[in-house]
Design a protein around this ligand. Sequence first.
Ligand code: AKG
Ligand code: FE2
Length: 326
Amino acid sequence: MFSFPNKMLQVFKEQETQDLFEKNGFVVLPFYSPEEIKELDEIYHKLHPKDEHGFFPSTFSSDKNYRARADEEIRRIGSRSIEHYCQNIKVVCGAFIVKNIGVDSGMCVHQDMSLVDESKYTGINIWVPLVDLTIENGALFVLRGSHRMTPTYRGSSIPECFSPVMDDVIDFLEPILVKAGEAVIFDQSIIHFSPPNFSDKIRIVTNTYFTHQEAEFRTYYWNKDFGNNVEAFIQDNSFMTNFDQFGDNIHDRPKVGKSIGLVPYEFPKIDLTFLESNFKRTHARELINKAKPIDALLETNQVNSYDNTGSDAKVGLLARIKSFFN
Ligand SMILES: O=C(O)CCC(=O)C(=O)O
Ligand SMILES: [Fe+2]
């Protein structure tokens, strides 16, 4: 089992930003100008496949051209702010993440899959909405500080450390209500989720993934024959833009990359006592239920169309989305 580095390698030019990021697992910074927002919005509408529905990241698309163009344009437009804030990093992937209107656009509670060796490096997302966020239109909720709760190897085949508190954890997450063009820059190991978009307008976000300049890509896979080990793979920098298994067969052993064998893993678990003694209750479930229009309440009955507890959440697109992100 690995430990986190004592001090994270610096990625922000400003010490204060770096310190806040390390403490909370995220920072909020102004990112796109109004002109950049407009340009990205136009690019999205020009490029996106017509059959998208629900929660839809471009990295999920089978249309390689869409993935590549989204990647190229988001990197190009984001480079101004990235150069302004960051140092010694490499940008690996740009993507659109869209919440179409309706109850199937929720994203369940998860930590993003590991993409680097977290004993040395950190994988980071720059998540920027092109519209002002509200709880109603699908804001990002985070568990502040959870990125350092316990070291984990994460991937769709690996049991989550918070599985014993799946029903409880939402109530400790807080909404980050950023305005259009403001970034939530977060550590991929933070626990996060977003409720469905109950507004009457699609919610478009750009997500730009970056890490330390010298970090290699790593992914991890588990099946029960491995016991208390996971298999590590070296992947190349095009992994995020080219990986074909995000869509359908995410639970299978990766068909790309170079296996570097098994590494020991204790499958750490957190329980309610741990949650209650380390985090504050936010009553997020109540906030979301209040923000829901009445017909959506009738349709979903309770907050289980986007958490991991309802049986519906285990099937269909949501289950695939869950697989993709954790
Ligand atoms: O866009 C969202 O609502 C969720 C995004 C997310 O989970 C991520 O970017 O890792
Ligand atoms: Fe995520």
